[in-house]
Design a protein around this ligand. Structure first.
Ligand SMILES: C[S@@+](CC[C@H](N)C(=O)[O-])C[C@H]1O[C@@H](n2cnc3c(N)ncnc32)[C@H](O)[C@@H]1O
Length: 216
């Protein structure tokens, strides 16, 4: 069962850490000022990202797909100190002002560095210059396979990849709803990861599906 059932979501929201005020403001601004507000992580996924960051204790994190800056701030909040950093890549330059406001209004914003551009173009340079401990993939669903192929060789052993939307509203397991490019992209990614012996992997059926990948 996916936790998209609104009653379950409401129950979970009432029994986990509350959403920090600044993130609640980002979420409200998303809903009034941006299109596709559903893309924003929100309370439950945001608290999970913070907790996973606490557990992994990365010094350097890479995020593909910033949108409003919500998830980047949750990951930044879970970092041990201001010496740790989140690099986040966003394709749409018209989101830059919105994202910078989200970062400026958070005490954790100084831990986040925004890169505007196409993840596929920026990834090789960032991977050459940095050794990331954790990567959060949440950009174009059609390109998850390419992101993974670029990442997996250059990440160190012991690094984690978290990939969002890997159940894609349940479409990956529904033969009647397989036929769009995004679903096919996610399915190809899931098959690739499943067959890759270099990694350990689990899929959490939270929200739209979150795959946790550990490089052996
Ligand atoms: C699902 S949203 C990200 C949500 C955000 N990570 C969060 O959890 O709040 C996906 C974002 O990826 C961006 N995106 C799409 N293709 C991209 C690409 N090729 N490179 C970088 N960003 C991309 C979109 O513009 C969009 O803002």
């Amino acid at each position: 069962m996916l936790t998209t059932d609104s009653k379950i979501e409401e129950y979970i929201s009432g029994h986990i850490d509350r959403e920090p005020d600044n993130l609640h403001r980002v979420y409200r601004r998303v809903n009034t000022e941006l299109l596709y507000s559903r893309m924003c992580s929100g309370h439950i996924q945001g608290r999970l990202l913070k907790m996973l960051t606490r557990m992994i204790r990365p010094h350097l994190v890479l995020e593909l797909g910033t949108y409003a800056g919500y998830s980047a701030l949750c990951i930044a909040e879970g970092l041990d100190s201001d010496n740790d950093r989140v690099d986040t890549i966003e394709l749409e330059d018209e989101l830059e002002d919105f994202i910078m406001r989200s970062l400026d209004e958070s005490e954790y914003g100084k831990r986040v560095r925004l890169h505007i551009g196409d993840a596929l173009e920026l990834l090789p340079g960032l991977l050459r210059e940095n050794s990331y401990d954790m990567v959060y993939i949440d950009a174009n669903k059609r390109h998850y396979v390419e992101y993974y192929e670029l990442l997996i060789d250059s990440l160190r052993s012991g690094a984690f990849i978290l990939a969002d939307n890997t159940l894609w509203d349940g479409k990956v397991a529904d033969e009647c709803r397989h036929n769009d490019a995004q679903t096919r992209g996610i399915m190809a990614f899931n098959d690739l990861v499943a067959a890759d012996d270099r990694v350990e992997k689990v899929i959490l059926p939270l929200r739209d599906g979150l795959t946790l990948i550990y490089k052996k």
